[in-house]
Design a protein around this ligand. Structure first.
Ligand code: ADP
Ligand code: MG
Length: 289
């Protein structure tokens, strides 16, 4: 069996044990396969960002072990080159697009990461062009980031990460500050990077309609993993979802309400398509009776 890309073994993290009685992340164990598309959901303060920062090595576990591509992450035992290589492989896109753009011209911004990695300049040129093309922003190469929409700014931030050629990108609530069309731009981009380029996507979101687009949904509460499965499996347990302080995706909520009104619907549905099918099947049964 091939080794998992990310392996987390009984990891905990406390910011300050005296102030925070409950660790921000508490005894988390899980594996993430290379090329997968995983969504983390959970109420505010459930430990999602802390967990993401542990994976990205911004924070070090207070307890437990993290392995990336089979290699234990140990800041003290790793050489600077190993550390940099591991960090490069896991990019992170944050919530506020304005805080992530550093240059006054789009292409300089995208070049910033690879420049810091010491990539030769002709190679940087190629990577910047490719990255802008991937996110559909080539025509804005010479623009000022400040003039772009929120969704466009996030796509530039994503291009800056892609230019470092990571194996994995973590999106920490990267759509939270965007309008619906900006959200769609960014989620479509996650899907494209995963499906077409095989990049492992870890997305943290409180929009359940975004989480259902992943292959796997992990729900955190109180620093622990409380649910982990395919979207269909996870959203088939509405009581657990609600207990974790989350809402159901709209389609699943609709089916739940129809059931409460006595309409017989079998199965779980999370997308408009599966929802329509479920209702059609129920209507057919009714009209045949
Ligand atoms: P989420 O991203 O799910 O909202 P966080 O990982 O940000 O959750 O927070 C988890 C817990 O850690 C919360 O109780 C939060 O108050 C605490 N916390 C987060 N950041 C800090 C910090 N810099 N210092 C102290 N406590 C923090
Ligand atoms: Mg957070």
């Amino acid at each position: 069996m091939s080794q998992p890309f990310i392996k987390v073994e009984n990891v905990s993290y406390s910011y300050d044990e005296e102030i925070n009685l409950i660790p921000a992340v508490s005894g988390v164990s899980l594996e993430i396969e290379e090329g997968s598309y995983v969504a983390f959901a959970g109420r505010n303060g459930s430990g999602k960002s802390t967990f993401a920062k542990l994976l990205n090595m911004i924070l070090e576990p207070s307890d437990g072990k993290i392995y990336i591509s089979g290699k234990e992450i140990d800041v003290n035992a790793m050489t600077d080159a190993e550390l940099m290589e591991t960090r490069r492989n896991i990019g992170m896109v944050f919530q506020n697009p304005d805080n992530q753009l550093v240059a006054t011209i789009v292409e300089d911004d995208v070049a910033f990461g690879p420049e810091n990695l010491g990539v030769p300049s002709d190679e940087i040129r190629r990577r910047v062009d490719d990255a802008l093309k991937t996110v559909g922003m080539s025509e804005y190469a010479k623009s000022e980031p400040q003039r772009l929409s929120g969704g466009q700014k996030q796509r530039i931030a994503i291009a800056g990460i892609i230019a470092m050629m990571p194996k994995c990108i973590i999106f920490d609530e990267s759509t939270a500050m965007l309008d619906p069309s900006g959200r769609r731009e960014v989620v479509d981009m996650m899907e494209k990077l995963n499906r077409e380029y095989g990049i492992t996507i870890i997305t943290i979101t409180h929009y359940m309609d975004e989480a259902v687009r992943a292959d796997r949904v992990i729900v955190m509460d109180g620093g622990r993993v409380v649910m982990d499965g395919t979207p269909e499996q996870v959203y088939a347990e509405p009581e657990k979802i609600r207990a974790a302080g989350l809402e159901l995706p709209q389609c699943a909520e609709l089916v739940c309400r129809l059931r409460e009104k006595g309409i017989k619907l079998d199965g779980c549905c999370i997308t408009p398509e599966s929802c329509a099918e479920l209702i059609c099947r129920a209507l057919e049964v009714t009209s045949n009776e």
